[in-house]
Design a protein around this ligand. Structure first.
Ligand code: ZN
Length: 329
């Protein structure tokens, strides 16, 4: 048996090694390796993770801010209940994101809500999940994150790898769920397939702020992942439903692009309704995808919808799929 003095000395001997071990743990950075195909997509988007000052922060209301960076816009809520974010960008930006959250008065991330499973909104789960953040997403998004998937963005394809167990959502929902966090009633809505089959529109009731994920993309183009079940008709339905929970004063956070408002959502919806009408007309006239793109019927909507080539391509796929299903019924 060790006597008291020996115990004291043993403690002195072990303590420095223990502290050294702790500090080395702290510094150890997990390496995230991406395939050549994935890196090619980062290059296509001109995302250089070695750059400084990638992130920009905008305060919206009280304790809610947005972090712009590479990939989807991050909404941050800080306060007495802790820190919650909507979307997680990339693991390479982990420390930068945490630094910005600290400046906003927050700490480690308690909750992450993913608006959907795409890498540019959820890849950061791989850094934050293993350090204890609880991840929430639509049930279909969890299924997609569990498996390898190919995202056909038309101009490029992104092979998204299955996520590790600790990076997956542990809380999922089907139609709607509610959280009460930092004095906000936060409602999560899924209005059926739209940009993907697992979209979540997040509404902060008291602050009157809504995060659309990629159901609203006002950065460069509308993208519908119809290769994985996304749907133009579903985008229209989602936007109509979202407008019902909003009002003219609602602050709108798009999946990509600057903070906007009710009017933009309305115009974007109207643009998609026209897109659907024009494309159905042309498909019914037996025009091929190439012919439709050549005679682009929605060129005049590019001010609100961005470049329309990818939109036409993916909408054509989703509308012709819908028609095949209707014929089979
Ligand atoms: Zn997306």
């Amino acid at each position: 048996m060790l006597n008291k003095v020996m115990k004291k000395n043993l403690y002195k001997l072990i303590l420095p090694f223990f502290l050294l071990f702790l500090s080395s743990c702290d510094k150890e950075e997990v390496e995230f390796n991406f395939s050549n195909e994935q890196n090619a997509v980062f290059d296509a988007f001109e995302w250089d993770f070695s750059k400084q000052n990638i992130l920009k922060v905008k305060k919206l209301k009280n304790n809610i801010s947005v972090i712009f960076g590479y990939g989807g816009n991050i909404l941050v809520s800080t306060g007495k209940d802790g820190t919650l974010i909507v979307d997680s960008q990339f693991p390479q930006l982990k420390n930068n994101i945490l630094d910005e959250i600290k400046k906003l008065g927050g700490g480690n991330i308690d909750y992450i809500i993913n608006t959907h499973w795409h890498f540019d909104h959820a890849e950061g789960n791989r850094a934050f999940g293993p350090t204890g953040s609880t991840i929430i997403a639509h049930e279909n998004s969890r299924e997609f994150m569990k498996n390898n998937n190919n995202i056909n963005i038309v101009l490029v394809e992104y092979p998204q790898q299955a996520y590790e167990n600790k990076s997956l959502p542990t809380i999922t929902f089907k139609d709607e769920m509610k959280l009460n966090f930092n004095n906000n009633n936060i409602s999560l809505h899924n209005f059926g397939p739209a940009h993907t089959t697992g979209d979540t529109i997040v509404f902060f009731k008291e602050e009157n702020i809504i995060h659309f994920g990629d159901v609203l993309n006002i950065d460069s183009m509308v993208f519908i992942d119809s290769g994985n079940g996304g749907s133009l008709s579903g985008m229209i339905k989602n936007l109509e439903q979202a407008l019902k929970i909003m009002n003219k004063e609602t602050v709108v956070v798009p999946g990509h692009g600057q903070i906007t408002n009710y009017e933009t959502v309305k115009r974007y919806l109207e643009g998609l309704i026209i897109t659907k009408q024009k494309l159905i007309e042309m498909i019914n006239n037996d025009m091929s995808l190439e012919e439709i793109i050549e005679n682009n019927p929605i060129k005049n909507l590019e001010e609100i919808l961005g470049d329309t080539t990818v939109l036409i391509n993916r909408s054509y796929l989703s509308l012709t799929k819908d028609q095949t299903i209707e014929k089979e019924l």
